[in-house]
Design a protein around this ligand. Sequence first.
Ligand code: ADP
Ligand code: MG
Length: 152
Amino acid sequence: MAKQVNQLERTTNMKERTLAIIKPDAVADKNTGRIITIIEESGLSILAIKKLRLTAEQARQFYAVHKERAFFAELVTYMTSGPIYVLALESDNAIKRWRALMGATNPAEAAEGSIRKLYGKSLSYNASHGSDAPETAKVEVAFFFKESDFIR
Ligand code: ADP
Ligand code: MG
């Protein structure tokens, strides 16, 4: 029994969470449904989803790592320009899997069939966000969700 429980814990621990955002341009272009279909068909499971509009303060905090970059002000304006959907996703290797589905930051360099290739317009307006590492995924998921929001 104890062995089975340990096995179960190991299996559960292999699951990883990541934060996905369907950015304002993709929502405005009515690509939300198409992006959610890509998520569902990929096998990533949606633990929680919410529509909201970021305040400038929230956008500055969420992207604080980029605050010294030349594009920071433009990024905050873009991310607050309309509603977004935030999603907590879970699977084995969720962080890498979601970033692979999104494609490269610059849609011009993103792989054929990736979300940014399909729906991104430019390096700035690139349709989606994904956490880039386990530490950032934890912080970003917690930025929008609490544990009791997650439904399996
Ligand atoms: P990613 O979203 O792929 O993790 P970054 O973390 O480097 O990429 O950048 C965050 C977001 O800032 C990008 O998704 C994009 O919207 C915007 N961005 C990144 N680099 C630039 C740039 N050079 N000019 C304008 N906007 C940018
Ligand atoms: Mg990033």
